[in-house]
Every structure is written in structure tokens, then in C-alpha cells.
Design a protein. Sequence first.
Length: 362
Amino acid sequence: MSPESPDPAPVGLFATAGLDTAPLPVSGDRAELWHEAVSRAFVPLDVRFLEAAPAPGRIVSRQLGPVQVSRVEAGPQAVTRNRRLIARGGGDFLILSLQQRGAALKDQDGRQSRIGPGELSLSDPSRPFRKELRCAFRFLSFQFPRADLRVRDGDLRAVTATAFARTDGCHRLVASFLSRLGSSAAELEGPMGHQLGRTALDLLAMLIDERCGRFAPQAPDRAAALLVRVKDHVIRNLGDPDLSPATIAAAHFISVRYLHVLFRAEELSVGRWIRAERLKRCRQDLLEPAAARDGVAAVARRWGFVSPSHFSRAFREEYGQSPRDWQKWVSERRRAAGDGGQRTLTSTTRRPVPTRSTLTRV
């Protein structure tokens, strides 16, 4: 067996369920159902069992955005995709496998590789391939539309039927993320699952770029998409005083160094960008009448500033006046403007020219 194959129609077949042949008799029923289910759940494949009595097989799949995540385990077998089966469809998908138990021998594009536990490998169903598993096995399969990976065709051909080994630079990062994604796929729903599926493709593209000698700076579209997700994460967690480059990088399964690379175009470090976003929200909240009752320190804590004195210094450096002076100035303008003053101040007031900041702490 092998879910080395996706088909547009079948992709949804086991989107929230699965298949288990254990209850079936070892006779032809088990073999026939397994063969049919594999081809329907993934891409059309020929399955040949390497044991007289097929062992029970199990497929559990979940759709996370563009990625179908499948956990597959069964007994010895060989899976082939030939030109006849390619003509039946599925060639617009790619399949990444993370071997977890047993080893696989993969053939494609004139290469053969042994894929051991913990190693990643890529298959391209638009061309013939063969995968042989000579003992009981388990692996995670990640299948997705070819167009969503945004990797050159030449680079894909260079990495099919090869092992992304544990010694590869980015492998540990990508394999760890995919393993955790596979183990928690059933708990992920909606936007979170979709975002994590997209992140998986970004990480795979990064791994292929590294293998082919073209790292992330050569992939601006992927870097820009990842930066958008990072910024969204930061905005949603601005109130967390522990938010830092290290926690942000860990949440997106990237290194702190790569996080800083993403922010180079912002002309601000990660920490200074976070501080600027916090200060903008504090400045806006200080316009509210409730701020006069709750106090400046409460507003600062709401947006992740632990030290009131640090907040006051940062605010002054950013806006040229202290938070209390800002509140006083706003109050005076409101009294002068009358009842409509708050809306006018909120939308049109220009901030004072900031002084040069020397702070680098978030």
C-alpha cells in the first residue's frame, strides 16, 4: 500500500475518517478493499502484497487547508504507479512521506533510495514511481496541489526518490513540525488547521531550496506569505509579556535567525516592530475615557509592558511626550472640540515627530 498519491475527488474521501481492514477476513476481501481504498483515498495505484495473508491495514486522514495529512500502517507490500494509472488522474498533486516505522525503497526518475525511520521523501505522481515496503510499516503522508508548493519543476525532479536525511540542515526542523502536525491533525480545525497546512508547505519549500542551493532569499513569495502569518500571530499575542523573537520563531517552527531575515524588509528589528505595535495600541487606548479611571499602568500591562517606567520611556521616545502629557493634551482638545472631539482626535490627530530610540527590548 502507500498513500503515495492524491486525487482531487478522493482527497475528501477520508477527510475526517479512515479505513481499518482488521475486522475483515484475511481472504480476498481484505486485499480487495485495501487496494480499492488506497487508490480512492490517494491516487490510482497498483498494490501487490508481499505476504501470503495480508496483514491488517489502516489509513486515517485529515484535511488541513491545502494539505491532506494521512497516517498509514500495514504489512509488507509494493506500490506502483505506471503510465496507465497516471492517465486516470492525480498528476497535479505531490506527496511527501515521513517514515516512522520500517523502511521504504523508492524508485523514480532513474534513482532508488532507501528511506529509513525519521527520514522524509517526495514523490511526484505525474511520473511513474515504485515504492516497496518489505516489513510492517507506518508513515505519515502529506499530499497537496503541486501549484501550492511554488518550487521549480527542475528542483522537484532533483529531489524525488531521495532521502531528506537527519543530517540535512533544515530536516530536523521540518520533520519535527510534520510529526507534530500528523499527531494532532484530528484536533485542528478551521483557520488554525489551514494556516498550519500552509506553514508545512513553506517549510518543505525551504527544505528543497536548501537541498538545491537556493535558500529562502531566492523565494520572496514564500517569505512574504510566512511574514504575514508571523505578523498575524504577533498582533494576536501583543498582550503576552513573554512574547519574544524566540517564542515567535518556535510557534512557526523556524529559527530565530530566519525570523530576523524575514523582518529585514521592515527596516525594524523584530523587537522594535513588536514595541511599535504595542505603543500604537496603548496610544489609542489612552484616548478612551476609561483610561483616566484605570490608569496608564493598566493600559501598558494590557499590551504586554511589564514595567511602567519602561513603557513611559518608550512612549516618550516614540511620540515625543509622556503618556500622561498625551492624555492631558487629548483631554484639552476634547473640551475645545465638544462632543464630537473623540472621533476627530482618533482619526485625524497627527503624532509628534518621534525622537531617535535607543531601546531594543520588546
